[in-house]
Structures are given as C-alpha cells and as structure tokens.
Ligand binder design. Sequence first.
Ligand SMILES: C[S@@+](CC[C@H](N)C(=O)[O-])C[C@H]1O[C@@H](n2cnc3c(N)ncnc32)[C@H](O)[C@@H]1O
Length: 268
Amino acid sequence: MISTNRVYVETNRRLWDGWAKLHAKSDFYDLERFKTGKTTLKSVELEELGDVAGRSLLHLQCHFGMDTLSWARRGAQVTGVDFSQQAISLARSLSEELKLSGEFICSDIFELPEVLDRQFDILFTSYGVLEWLPDLQRWAQLVARYLKPGGTFYMVEFHPFVGMLDDDAGQRIEYDYFFSAEPIRSEEQGSYADPEADFSHTSYVWAHSLGETVTALISAGLRLDFLHEFPYSVYNCWRFFEERAPGKYEIIDSKHAMPLMFSIRATR
Ligand SMILES: C[S@@+](CC[C@H](N)C(=O)[O-])C[C@H]1O[C@@H](n2cnc3c(N)ncnc32)[C@H](O)[C@@H]1O
C-alpha cells in the first residue's frame, strides 16, 4: 500500500506544482492585495488561535506561504512546509521581497523528520489539507512530534460532509463519508481557484471523517480544547456555493444549516 500511495502522492505533487503557478496569478488568492499588507487569515483562525507574537509556529501544507507570512506579520517566528517546489520557491521569494522573516521547507510532511528536528509552540494547518493525506494516524503523530509539551495545535478545515457532495450542484451525495485506502480519483480541469484555466491533471484524495480526525489526534496524545462546526465556508471554492452574508458561503438554494467547516484546538 505504501508504494501505491507514493504513486498517488507523486501525482498530487505534480498537480500542486501546476496549481501553485496558476494560483499565484489568480484573483482567488489575490497576491497583489497580500503584498500591500493585507492578511490572508480569516477571522475564524485569528480569533480562535489568538495571539502568536513571539511564538514559534510550524505551518503544515503551507501552499505558497501567504497564511504563513500573515502569521509572521503578527509576530510569530514561522516555518512553512509544503511538498510543492513551485509553492516553496514562491513562498521564499515573497518572504524576501516583503522582508518578512520565515523559513520554508520543501518536503512531503511524512518525510519531514528527515530534514527538520526541533519543536514548536504552535502547529497550524488549514483549509483543504486533510484530503491529500493517505494516513491520518501518522499525520497526528507528526503533529505531536513537532509540538513542545504544552504547545498548541490549531486547524480549520472544510467539513468532511462537503466532501460527500457531487461536484456540480452539491445537491446529491456522491462520495463516501468514511476513509477508504483506495483514494477518489478525479480529472481536474483548471483548479478550484481558477476553473477556466487551461490546465488538466489527475488528483487522488482520501475522505476522513470527523471521528477519524479527532481520534487520531487523541491517540497521538493531544488533549482537545474544542471542536467547532460552522454552517458556512469562508472560502468560495465550490461551484455549488453562494454568498449568503459577506465572506460566508453556503450551498446554493439549501434550506437547512449544514456543517461546512470545522476547527480544532488541542494541547500537547
Ligand atoms: C489547499 S492547499 C492549502 C492551502 C492553504 N490553506 C492556503 O491557502 O495557503 C493544500 C496544500 O497541501 C500541499 N500538500 C498536499 N499533500 C502534501 C504532502 N503530502 N506533504 C506536503 N504538502 C502537501 C499542497 O502542495 C498544497 O499547497
């Protein structure tokens, strides 16, 4: 299984190299606005993680580093990790251009112990990360390994319920809620940030239920401070979302409140 997963992960890495290039030019990520000093962090994580000034922060799956560097602007000493060389090169050049200090490491998170051997006050990860990981138990062990005793883990993520919905209208259940070792294969056209882009690539993702995520963290030795579920998404990254309040997206025409994001804070 591990060698099969390597093929899936390598395919995904090439996808993300392509997407990183597209995303840097997209309105969705709005790099120019970030360069003028605007944070890319949302009020959910700003309020729930709180003050990071003077604390060391490890950001797993940091993409091209805008969130990581937004934490640096708030005084954290940041380290970002991503397996896409394109994303990490861009993060490093942003860090240099904006004179925001940050360390960026290109590595599959599961291979990180080969290149990073110290612990952090805070471990952060957000929005669109878990589905790319074939093994949440190993992920949670990694989280625990990189946190100092008493350190804080914080994540905010799309709810696994959203992952069950069909890609077009979001009105039908099309995918399993629970993990299966066999990933969901899709042929991506463009990307969630730029659906019209002239780019196509295969992706492999894995479903992870909320119970699986929470249990993996507890089994790795973390103590949960909270698990929050939200009836909206702060990102408009599915065709089936509409803006119901400023910056809050829900499923088009839905009449009932559904879980669209969740956040977890835990202590080691
Ligand atoms: C949806 S993005 C996260 C976006 C982030 N919230 C942001 O907007 O800055 C997911 C990231 O996970 C990275 N990724 C996926 N699988 C990975 C792995 N096994 N190891 C390291 N990074 C990975 C991708 O390269 C991508 O940058």
